[in-house]
Design a protein around this ligand. Sequence first.
Ligand SMILES: [Zn+2]
Length: 248
Amino acid sequence: MTSPTPSTSGLTTARMLAAAHPQAKLPCPVCAVSLRAKNLDKHLATAHKSQAPALAWVGIDRRMMGASIGALVATIIILGIVLASSDLKSDEARTMVLPFLPVIFIPLVMLLMAASGRFKARISVTGDALRLRRTLGLRERVVRLPASIEIGRMTETRGNAALSTYTDEMHVDDGKEELVGTYLRLGAGRAGMIIGCRQKTGFRHHWDPKGWRAGPAYNGCDIEVKGPILVAIEYMLAERGLLSPRTD
Ligand SMILES: [Zn+2]
């Protein structure tokens, strides 16, 4: 059993749910706006020509920032040890050590790339395994479905998202958190997977609270995706009976 594929937009499931619950509100599987279910077909026809383009479940790897800072600190420590233990007054040591100094630029470039969201993470589904590949594909987290579903507010420490706001950060309160979007946590605790989204998808208005619980505000996420990808993941969970439309 290998369905749905990661490119699934949720269109088929959305149509099935809309037919079964015409009065419910559902997210459009293409643009993620909230709609009355009975209007879904009309919206798909007029706004999207009844087509849902293939959707790769790819987003920003939000854990690469920490990994890059770790790499930078480790590089500085190693270079420090090397420099301290070598006698740089001797020409021989200088020719040995100095060529390695530019190594420090590797984690610096990583840090800049992480801050601008260049590192990507990917979610895929195979059978009952939901996989998150991140940290340049080196790390994988697997959540077995069915899993607990938690939804909450995603916050961000001001100035953390991009280094370009670093100068602003110097003039604001340290560690001030601001609300930037929503997170969906699948699975509990450290083994869980936290999917963040800045676009409003109306999760609480669409899905019966029997299938999910409200979680506390959380700083950051594992992967940050665009609205239609979060909606596609919601429909994948609905297809498996883990979420059902709100009918109240
Ligand atoms: Zn739409």
